[in-house]
Design a protein around this ligand. Structure first.
Ligand SMILES: C[S@@+](CC[C@H](N)C(=O)[O-])C[C@H]1O[C@@H](n2cnc3c(N)ncnc32)[C@H](O)[C@@H]1O
Length: 389
């Protein structure tokens, strides 16, 4: 890349970063900005967005630095391929053979760069999370993963023989694919493949080890986990709810595409106290609770600059209310699976402790993190409880 081109992208990135106020996801913001500013061609848009995202990945380690310098450092730390930047970066920057060495080079050269601060919520992080791997994972954009629907494995493999891009099987059904692939040009989405993070797919490890007969997904959103469950237990009727009717419309569209008809979807607020014991109970209740999403922030690194930690307290309170209610829907001998895509103790281990403290008929079967950092995937937390009345 020529210096003048680099400067021009850097200036545009600074303009958009300064204009952004964190009130909506950066991806939506930048898309709207580009739609308003027709002067940017598709190549310019790609570079400017890359520079902005690089900046957000390391901004907290560079507080007080000039934006121009911060962007230069950020692009160095966060770009997979440095060969583009021959004319821009200092010669010795190319001596690094891995990300740790890149960090060291910058640390030595710029005293204002404080890597420890790159993730500003370290005090909230669960002690089960490997801090170093987690922090470094923010320097790279996570990959895209597809879950191949079980009965579609053969057709997907056949179609893959004709693609000219690289892919990698993480396991029998999980396919890692390069970013920016127009998936719909190759596969029937939801019918053949579901776009679902590797660790989100791996949640199936926490499904009860029994032939489940009834299922209730109480925070179903657009149905990612419900579809996963369906592919393991195809004969089970799906009862799904969410507080938002708009997201249930997405679920209905996806279920239609997936050929799932054996379900009901209803709006329900799971945080409202339940006065009477629910009439209908289920063998398996899945509660993928609303959370900070901090295990997915390598996909939305603007959160490192704009997330307000007081939100964690509110989320904790909401999660306890929802999980407490969800337990009431579990039949005797059945299971509750509590899930978040958070890495914060308060949303995970603390909620689990609260649940156990408040419900002495509930026992912990299995708990842990599905750690995607270092694998260019998200991180999830899951706990399976057994409920005996
Ligand atoms: C993490 S998302 C669920 C993701 C989903 N399970 C999936 O795999 O696609 C959490 C969902 O909880 C819903 N939610 C938030 N507060 C709720 C409440 N009080 N009652 C029920 N659902 C709620 C949100 O609307 C959101 O769709």
């Amino acid at each position: 890349m020529y210096p003048n081109r680099f400067n021009s992208y850097s200036n545009s990135a600074q303009h958009f970063i300064d204009k952004y106020d964190g009130s909506l996801p950066f991806a939506h913001f930048i898309k709207a900005q580009f739609a308003e500013n027709k002067k940017y061609g598709s190549k310019d848009r790609r570079w400017i967005a890359h520079f902005c995202y690089c900046y957000f990945r390391v901004a907290s380690a560079l507080l007080g630095s000039e934006k121009e310098i911060a962007i230069r450092i950020a692009v160095y730390l966060c770009s997979d391929d440095l060969s583009e930047y021959d004319a821009i970066f200092d010669k010795h920057w190319f001596d690094a053979s891995n990300l740790n060495e890149r960090i060291e080079i910058i640390q030595n050269q710029f005293p204002a760069f404080n890597w420890v601060h790159s993730f500003p919520f370290l005090d909230k992080l669960s002690d089960k999370i490997d801090k170093e791997t987690f922090q470094i994972s923010f320097l790279q954009q996570p990959d895209v993963f597809l879950r191949v629907r079980p009965q579609k494995l053969e057709i997907v493999k056949k179609k893959l023989k004709k693609v000219d891009w690289n892919y990698h099987w993480e396991n029998e059904y999980c396919l890692r694919i390069p970013p920016n692939i127009k998936i719909e040009e190759y596969f029937e989405i939801n019918k053949e493949v579901v776009v679902q993070d590797y660790m989100s797919q791996s949640i199936a490890q926490y499904f009860p080890d029994i032939p489940v007969k009834s299922y209730f997904d109480c925070c179903a959103a657009s149905g990612g986990k419900a579809m996963l469950f369906h592919d393991y237990f195809p004969d089970v009727f799906l009862n799904v709810t969410d507080i938002r009717s708009s997201i249930l419309n997405n679920l209905k569209k996806r279920f239609h595409e997936a050929g799932i008809t054996f379900y009901t979807a209803n709006v329900m607020d799971m945080a409202t106290p339940i006065s009477k014991d629910p009439k209908r109970k289920f063998e398996f209740v899945l509660c993928d609770a609303p959370c900070s999403g901090s295990g997915t922030w390598a996909r939305s690194p603007e959160n490192l600059s704009y997330y307000t930690p007081s939100d964690i307290e509110e989320k904790h309170a909401l999660q306890v209310k929802i999980a407490d209610n969800a337990i009431r829907y579990v039949q005797n001998g059945g299971y509750l699976l509590y899930i978040t895509c958070s890495v914060f103790t308060q949303e995970n281990e603390s909620v689990v402790s609260e649940i156990l403290k408040r419900n002495n008929h509930v026992v912990l079967e299995k708990t842990g993190y599905l750690f995607g950092a270092g694998k260019r995937a998200d991180t999830m937390f899951a706990t399976l409880f057994k409920v005996t009345n």
